[in-house]
Design a protein around this ligand. Structure first.
Ligand code: ZN
Ligand code: ZN
Length: 160
């Protein structure tokens, strides 16, 4: 049984944006399993990443449950066949027989990041014309930006 705070280095997002990981904590159990060690964990972290609409950085709380089988040794080359890959999805290869919790948790955080993070459901994003943050200023291009063809979609996107 372990329960400890982690210092997770910043991650790099798909658009090369920096994602800071703060207040990460992992708890769980490691047991000897059939193929190596079975690691069951639950991870909590606060990540800071830029909003996909307005680009301002904001905090998101993540809570991730994971189960991994730790196997000593390198990943075998050529084992990348489709079927094998699916079966091995929960395998974690530890080359020197030691699992690095920070490494494992970085990966789990990465896998659970939202694809289109938004700072708030009402974020107005950047003006496509002048680039102003429309949460902060009325840039004046506003009226023309509202394309009447998008109106039905906008109605959809309103939170319930
Ligand atoms: Zn935003
Ligand atoms: Zn504008």
């Amino acid at each position: 049984m372990f329960d400890e705070p982690l210092r997770v280095p910043p991650l790099l997002g798909i658009a090369d944006e920096t994602i800071l990981v703060e207040r990460a904590r992992v708890r769980g159990t490691a047991r000897r399993g059939e193929r190596g060690a079975d690691l069951e964990g639950s991870l909590r972290a606060t990540v800071r990443m830029p909003c996909s609409r307005c680009n301002e950085s904001f905090e998101i709380g993540l809570s991730v449950e994971f189960f991994l089988v730790l196997v000593a040794g390198e990943e075998r080359p050529g084992s990348g066949a489709q079927g094998a890959e699916e079966e091995d999805a929960a395998l974690y290869h530890a080359p020197d027989g030691r699992a690095d919790l920070v490494d494992i948790c970085s990966e789990q955080i990465y896998l659970n990041l939202p694809l289109k993070p938004v700072c708030s459901s009402g974020c107005k994003g950047l003006c496509p014309r002048c680039g102003a943050n429309r949460n902060r200023t009325e840039c004046g291009c506003g009226e023309e930006c509202a394309d009447p063809r998008l109106a039905p979609l906008l109605r959809f996107r309103k939170p319930q």
